[in-house]
Design a binder for this molecule. Structure first.
Ligand code: ZN
Length: 839
């Protein structure tokens, strides 16, 4: 009750509609310390009080450098750039004495995770805390609070702060997502009125697509700690491994009507590889947050809604790396002040809760310092014991060096030791060859992380997941692999990982051939087309000059090209060097199987591709496609806004992609326009929920499976869990491939792993040749799916193509481009683009 009255008083004092001119830094700051006048306040540098405006990233950078300049407690480093060129800053904050001794402190701390750490005295070692803010750019209270937190850490004076800074090294990451923070600050500031209007209908609180949550290519960066495909994550991982923090915090926002959440999350949804002690420590830390929030009258909750399962999130990643990850979620004002069920929620109030828990984190970490350090040591000692039985994982693809390399690259970023293959060998009919395969010893420090990345898991304590339930990397890369290989397969340890470079193409006077297996073969073909050269694709397998060529081999004739023979030879050598795709010259067209002049070599046209983006489209799915074209294949992709399709001349595109969405992106008129465009020869490619649009508008006949079942013995309280358990939130399934179909060109195996996060299922065609990709009869490879869903999914098809006039409509129920790390299915989309007219 006392808290209730306190809250009421605080709401009256602070949460009433903000009077910006009265806003004062003291609103946030503790009163039990004095402040050093020589340290600049945020306002003195950025020109406004914390919470008065949404800080833009450039101003945040300005303040960070000013603080580092003024304070001997802070050093600053620029760890790289976002896609939009913003710096990824890190401030290291500790006592001046510790700063002078920082390398020693760091190397001692790092010894804790190595063997032989048992004799180390943790009572004299500082705790390492990594504090990060606003990884979702439109959850800005964290990054804005960071201004005040950094000021406090630089300016506070007295024994309390001295004790804190002597006993902690703080890795302060002021903005986890600079591009998203900037995008949202622009939005909120652009719409701010002098008389702040908390009406939730105001445009200020309704961001335009794609919103500020994501980074440049519209990725959720807080899913990338494990895949590490984005520059922001890569910089953070370097810092992580440079220090192995004991605590890592991740300050977020959630719905406006909520309160404040801190971990632990739902206990039954903690990943089983996370030690129990991790959750105990999280619970001990939580008491500090509770006390601090009690003192300022703020409401909160824990052990609900959020979980610690997927290791790709900032609050979970540390849990498999010897630390404790903590998620904070503050109800969002999503602007400067917004009405909520708890009264008007002001931006300042949200900032203050983040500020308060940032400080309670530090207080907890210092109080639990030796527990955290001892736990970290124990985590790695236990991991080494588990690892002692040895063994190795071997993975690779004898036809695709790039894909194998990119998985090795991820392991490298996680400081997982990898080795070359000692000798080529064959196992279970799969060939493992040097340069195309790697060996991962199980007996190493990162043993538990290796398990988390490679395991297939199909049994779960809970049937609900905040995020995906499976991410097995060799499946995502569609690589051949052996889980229980012997270390005798291992050659030299790799210290300088490089992608294999193929032999320079031998000079030919007749034709060049390029197989389609390599990951970057679409990039190579795009380079060929960009010079106006002609190319054909082999619809059948053949052998020539003692070598077998698979379906989908690209033929580049020498005669009748825009380039003379010498230039063409040089140009193809350059392509091969840059894309790492082998290209071979041949002297004759007389082959076993189809000859090079056969009509089974079909001309391929240079695609001109557009993707529908904007309102109603999933920015994640659209962004993954944009990122794939732009950063992997260097292919131009036009982003067509869903709202302007009606006024766009579509005839300049050969392919249009509709990513998943919410069903309202395109209207009847758009559908008619697309239909005419397909009938005139276009290829329409749709993903996931866009299949409903195809079906509704008779662009394609799709026979979606449906099951009507009613809840039995499910109470009102259980209803959400009941429906939640029917969701396929993200799991991995096996499908059979018809390798002779153009959608499967470049795949060397007749099975493929598919990532699925939808319950849309389509019945197979009665003619088997129309089902080139079909789920197996028992398709679950890894992840959670309910039993009825699994029964339904068996033998359905995730892909369909049908002709319409002179064009075709192509549909995938699954996401082939998931989060940029599903390298294994990217080629399906590229096959649809390059060979769609041959299906
Ligand atoms: Zn968030």
């Amino acid at each position: 009750m006392r808290n209730f009255f306190l809250l009421l008083v605080l709401l009256l004092n602070y949460s009433g509609i903000a009077q910006d001119n009265k806003l004062d830094l003291n609103y946030y700051l503790p009163k039990d310390v004095t402040y050093n006048k020589s340290i600049p306040t945020p306002k003195s540098i950025i020109g406004h009080e914390v919470g008065e405006w949404h800080v833009t990233h450039d101003k945040l950078v300005q303040y960070a450098y000013a603080l580092a300049e003024a304070s001997d407690r802070i050093t600053i480093e620029d760890r790289g750039k976002t896609f939009e060129g913003r710096p990824l800053l890190l401030m290291t904050i500790t006592s001046p004495a510790n700063h002078r001794n920082l390398e020693t402190i760091r190397s001692q701390h790092l010894s804790l995770v190595e063997s032989g750490s048992s004799s180390m005295n943790t009572s004299s070692m500082p705790v390492v805390v990594y504090q990060g803010f606003s990884i979702h750019g439109n959850e800005p209270s964290g990054a804005n609070a960071g201004l005040a937190v950094a000021y406090y850490l630089a300016a506070a004076q007295g024994p309390k702060i001295d004790d804190l800074l002597n006993n902690a090294v703080i890795l302060f990451d002021p903005s986890f997502n600079p591009d998203g923070l900037q995008r949202f600050a622009h939005w909120a500031n652009t719409h701010k009125a002098q008389n702040i209007n908390p009406d939730p209908n105001d445009r200020e609180y309704r961001e335009a697509w794609p919103g500020g949550r994501t980074n440049h290519y519209w990725f959720d960066i807080n899913r990338d700690w494990l895949p590490a495909q984005l520059p922001e994550s890569r910089a953070r991982l370097n810092t992580f491994h440079n220090w192995y923090p004991n605590v890592l915090t991740d300050h977020h926002e959630m719905g406006t009507n909520s309160s404040f959440f801190f971990q632990p999350g739902i206990p039954s949804r903690t990943h089983p590889l996370t030690p129990k002690k991790n959750q105990e420590l999280t619970g001990m830390i939580a008491k500090f947050h509770a006390r601090a929030l009690d003192q300022i009258g703020s409401f909160y909750f824990s052990e609900e809604n959020f979980d610690d399962f997927y290791y790709g999130k900032g609050s979970t990643f540390p849990d498999i790396n010897g630390g404790v990850g903590i998620l904070f979620e503050q109800a969002s004002s999503r602007g400067h002040a917004q009405e909520s069920v708890n009264g008007v929620l002001t931006f300042q109030f949200t900032i203050r809760n983040q500020f308060t828990t940032a400080l309670s984190t530090l207080e907890a970490a210092v109080s639990l310092r030796t527990d955290l350090l001892d736990y970290q040591r124990e985590f790695y000692n236990d991991a080494r014991k588990e690892a002692a039985s040895g063994g190795a994982i071997v993975f690779g693809d004898e036809k695709d060096a790039a894909k194998a390399y990119h998985l090795a690259e991820i392991l490298n970023r996680h400081q997982i030791e990898i080795h070359e293959l000692k000798d080529d060998f064959t196992s279970n009919g799969k060939r493992y060859t040097k340069g195309y395969s790697y060996v991962v010893p199980m007996n190493q420090r990162q043993h538990r992380l290796i398990k988390a990345m490679f395991e297939k898991r199909t049994k779960f304590q809970d049937s609900l997941f905040y995020d995906i339930s499976a991410w097995s990397f060799p499946l995502a890369f569609n690589l051949d692999y052996i889980e229980n290989a012997s270390m005798s397969r291992a050659g030299a340890k790799i210290t300088d990982l490089k992608m294999r470079t193929p032999d320079t193409p031998n000079v030919s006077t007749y034709a060049y051939l390029m197989e389609w297996h390599e990951y970057y073969s679409p990039k190579a073909l795009n380079m060929i087309f960009a010079e106006g050269l002609r190319a054909k694709v082999a619809m059948k397998q053949f052998s020539l000059e003692g070598r077998d060529y698979d379906y989908g081999t690209i033929l580049i004739p020498i005669q009748n090209q825009e380039m003379n023979m010498a230039d063409l030879t040089k140009f193809l050598a350059k392509i091969s060097r840059e894309t790492k795709v082998p290209i071979r010259g041949v002297r004759t067209g007389l082959a076993e199987g189809i000859d090079l002049g056969s009509s089974n070599f079909r001309a391929v046209e240079q695609p001109k591709v557009a993707v529908i983006v904007g309102d109603g489209i999933s920015a994640y799915d659209a962004g993954e496609i944009w990122h794939l074209f732009d950063t992997r294949y260097n292919m131009r992709l036009t982003k067509l806004d869903s709202k302007s399709l009606g006024s766009t001349d579509l005839s300049r595109y050969t392919d249009i992609i509709i990513p998943a969405g919410w069903g309202n992106a395109l209207d009847k008129g758009d559908a008619e326009k697309l239909k005419t465009w397909v009938q005139n020869g276009g290829s329409l490619i749709a993903f996931r929920s866009a299949g409903r649009f195809l079906e509704r508008n008779e662009l394609m006949k799709l026979n979606f499976k449906s099951r009507k079942d009613s809840a039995v013995n499910i109470t009102f309280e259980q209803r959400r869990d009941y429906s939640g358990a029917k969701v396929i939130g993200g799991a991995i399934f096996e499908a059979k491939l018809d390798r002779s179909h153009p959608i499967a060109f470049g795949y060397k195996n007749d099975k493929i792993a598919m990532f699925r996060n939808t319950t849309l299922m389509i019945e197979p065609d009665p003619n088997s040749y129309n089902n080139p990709i079909q789920y197996s009869s028992a398709p679950l490879l890894s992840g959670y799916i309910s039993k009825p869903n699994l029964e339904d999914l068996a033998n359905t098809v995730p892909f369909k193509v049908s002709n319409l006039g002179r064009g075709q409509v192509i549909y995938f129920t699954d996401n082939t481009n998931f989060r940029a790390f599903w390298y294994g299915t990217n080629k399906l989309l590229m096959n649809a683009i390059y060979f769609g007219d041959k299906m």
